[in-house]
Design a protein around this ligand. Structure first.
Ligand SMILES: Nc1ncnc2c1ncn2[C@@H]1O[C@H](COP(=O)(O)OP(=O)(O)O)[C@@H](O)[C@H]1O
Ligand SMILES: CC(C)(COP(=O)(O)O)[C@@H](O)C(=O)NCCC(=O)O
Ligand SMILES: [K+]
Length: 268
């Protein structure tokens, strides 16, 4: 990858698409979009330059920042996806190169490990040093750790913050839809339904995160923990109230997957 070359990093998560535009090794712009339909991807396949890219992919607020000189040829798109239906509609696109587990030098990976978890872990380890634990507060909430030998130690998967609210609403007759963007911690012992749901989900999630962090530091007392994902800032805020010592030790970094991709793309 030459220093001046533009390339796009695309991570497809279960809620949405995460985009990064690089110039060589410099990440210059990031944005998120909805999952894309096949017709939009067909439009993209016909684009000759970055200027022609449909707004569903390159929104106005990104384009307006003059991301590249006019008529810049269409950059390659490096794709990492944990949504097979979306992978399927992207992979025949002429500019797309799909990143797979085999390309990530992390040791001890198992075949069904999510590519997002592998890349985020690799990116975090390369940027902040091994051993490293990554907490991804996305659709699912995941913990993924690697030891000092750059070898996957393992991790855990549970429903993420929004998914816990959604599942409870969808699988019960009487529980309401809730706004989760509450800034302060709810009362622990609540006397109404919305706060009882908030209390249940938030306090058990925080206790779970605390327990994983403490277990990690028992294994590797000085090792780092990094948090990413769409709910990272909300969870960090709750942790600051409930477990300030843990919150103070967490590194918050939204772009771990892009750093992981850069480590792979560097050799192209
Ligand atoms: N605009 C948004 N669209 C979807 N989810 C969002 C948005 N802003 C914040 N979130 C939060 O981000 C979480 C999804 O995290 P994200 O890292 O984007 O997921 P994924 O990578 O799994 O697609 C949801 O639980 C939701 O609470
Ligand atoms: C655990 C995940 C669903 C997380 O996806 P996300 O919430 O980031 O969209 C994804 O990494 C995945 O499908 N993993 C495969 C199973 C595994 O990692 O063991
Ligand atoms: K993710």
């Amino acid at each position: 990858m030459k220093p001046q070359n533009l390339w796009l990093a695309l991570e497809i998560g279960n809620s949405r698409l995460h985009w990064g535009l690089f110039t060589g090794e410099t990440l210059t712009h990031t944005w998120d979009t909805e999952h894309i339909s096949e017709s939009i991807i067909q439009k993209l396949a016909q684009c000759q330059t970055l200027d022609d890219v449909p707004p569903e992919i390159l929104p106005g607020h990104v384009r307006n920042r003059q991301i590249a000189p006019e008529k810049t040829p269409h950059p390659p798109i490096f794709l990492a996806s944990v949504v097979p239906d979306q992978t399927a509609i992207w992979q025949n696109h002429p500019h797309v190169r799909v990143i797979t587990l085999e390309q990530i030098p992390l040791l001890n990976m198992y075949p069904t490990l999510g590519i997002d978890r592998a890349l985020a872990l690799w990116g975090a380890g390369k940027k902040f040093g091994f051993p490293i634990l990554v907490i991804d507060a996305g659709t699912a909430l995941t913990f993924t750790g690697a030891d000092a030998n750059e070898s996957l130690l393992g991790g855990a998967i549970l429903p993420g913050l929004a998914l816990q609210f959604t599942t409870l609403r969808q699988k019960t007759a009487q529980l309401p839809d809730l706004e989760i963007e509450i800034i302060y911690l709810p009362p622990r012992f609540a006397l109404n339904t919305p706060e009882a749901i908030q209390s249940g989900i938030i306090y058990t999630l925080l206790a779970g995160i605390q327990d994983f962090c403490v277990s990690w530091w028992r294994l590797f007392p000085d090792a780092k923990i990094v948090i990413k994902g769409g709910d990272r800032l909300l969870l960090l805020k709750y942790l600051q109230f409930k477990f300030p010592d843990i919150a103070a030790r967490l590194i918050v970094e939204a772009n771990l997957i892009f750093w992981g991709m850069l480590e792979i793309v560097r050799f192209f």
